[in-house]
Design a protein around this ligand. Structure first.
Ligand SMILES: Cc1ncc(C[n+]2csc(CCOP(=O)(O)OP(=O)(O)O)c2C)c(N)n1
Ligand SMILES: [Mg+2]
Length: 360
């Protein structure tokens, strides 16, 4: 399981952050240290990153199979191809940081350390799932792991993400919120409203555009006048950078810069992750918007897991060591799939629970 949060790396120093020209937030913000983690990956971290990406890959392949067998209902959006993004970013986080994303969320949940069993059983609608089988693919949460969903309305999670960042500022606890969304979502109005508020209040939020080149059925080239998403925050003075999202090491390096910027009280940061999804948008996708050759080329030449495996071997890792990881992951996913098929369906009485949460 991913252990992105590194214990003992947090130091705090109070730092007032509101610029004179901006309305003063309710509380001036303190901040955790920028980061004292090293950029790049050690051999040990590489193996961990390989393991974490492989878990997501194998989990998603299994989810695809269960869907094909009719065991998963509704929508199911696989993350295959994009694994380096969440795994690299998670390595930059500390306890208390938050993650929020769209419906393409299984990888994000696993990266935060949520259990494979609970995620898979939610996909199959079983009581052992994170939402007791009543939420499905797009509705899972774990406050313990800092995961805040899973949102089906394109772009809506971006406004919620700045809400989480506002809470961080208000609580003055130095935490950062990673807010993920797609290249298609990046055209939504509320994303730009969120940029404005985040910059105005200097909110500790990293906006992460997962640019996999396509929305539901159209390429970004055809749908967006903005061609460089890292510059979308320029009118509000939000810095940004483009990152090779197929390279976990590059993701971590950029992620550390972005997270440090936020922790130091400098406000939001945009990372445009250049990534690619191998499967269709959801499980029913005629994929008329791209060629098979394009997908094949990405798989063969830019696969984040295969690339890292080669680096591991070049750096002296033994084939047997890697095989051991492969076997471990296989077992974890087989166990999750077994659990997801044997866990009972929710009892009828559950129809009337978890409907309303009384605010205190
Ligand atoms: C407000 C809204 N409009 C349209 C849809 C239908 N829809 C679901 S996903 C999607 C495409 C989003 O593409 P992108 O943001 O690039 O994310 P990706 O699926 O590539 O990860 C659309 C149009 C929706 N769910 N919500
Ligand atoms: Mg997209």
């Amino acid at each position: 399981m991913v252990q992105g949060a590194k214990a003992g790396t947090t130091t705090r120093r109070g730092k007032a952050s509101a610029a004179p020209s901006t309305p003063k937030p309710a509380l001036a913000r303190g901040s955790k240290s920028g980061s004292n983690q090293a950029p790049g990956l050690t051999d040990e971290e590489r193996l961990q990153a390989y393991r974490d990406m492989l878990l997501i890959r194998r989990f998603e392949e299994k989810a695809g199979q269960l869907y094909g067998m009719g065991l998963i209902g509704g929508f199911c959006h696989l993350y295959i191809g994009q694994e380096a993004v969440v795994v690299g970013m998670q390595m930059c986080l500390q306890p208390g940081d938050q993650v929020i994303t769209s419906y393409r969320d299984h990888g994000h949940m696993l990266a935060t350390g949520m259990e494979s069993r609970g995620v898979m059983a939610e996909l199959t609608g079983r009581s052992g799932g994170y939402s007791k089988g009543k939420g499905g693919s797009m509705h899972m949460f774990s406050r313990e792991k800092g995961f805040y969903g899973g949102h089906g309305i394109v772009g809506a999670q971006v406004s919620l993400g700045i809400g989480l960042a506002f809470a961080n500022m208000y609580r003055d606890d130095g935490s950062v919120c990673l807010t993920y969304y797609g290249d298609g979502a990046a055209n939504q109005g509320q994303v730009f409203e969120s940029y404005n508020l985040a910059a105005l209040f200097k909110l500790p939020v990293v906006f992460i555009v997962e640019n996999n080149k396509y929305g539901m059925g159209t390429s970004m080239d055809r749908a967006s006048a903005s061609k460089d998403r890292s510059k979308d925050g320029a009118p509000w003075g939000i810095p940004g950078e483009q990152v090779d999202g197929m390279d976990v090491e590059a993701v971590k390096e950029a992620g550390l810069r972005a997270v440090a910027h936020c922790r130091e009280g400098n406000g939001p940061y945009i990372l445009e992750m250049k990534t690619y999804r191998y499967r269709g948008h959801s499980m029913s996708d005629p994929a008329k918007y791209r060629t098979r050759e394009e997908v094949q080329k990405m798989r063969e030449q830019h696969d984040p897991i295969e690339t890292l495996r080669k680096i591991l071997l070049t750096n002296g890792a033994e084939e047997a060591e890697i095989k051991k990881v492969d076997d471990e992951i296989k077992a974890i996913v087989a166990d999750a799939a077994e659990f997801a098929q044997t866990s009972p369906e929710p009892d009828e009485s559950e129809l009337w629970t978890d409907i309303l949460l009384e605010a205190r």
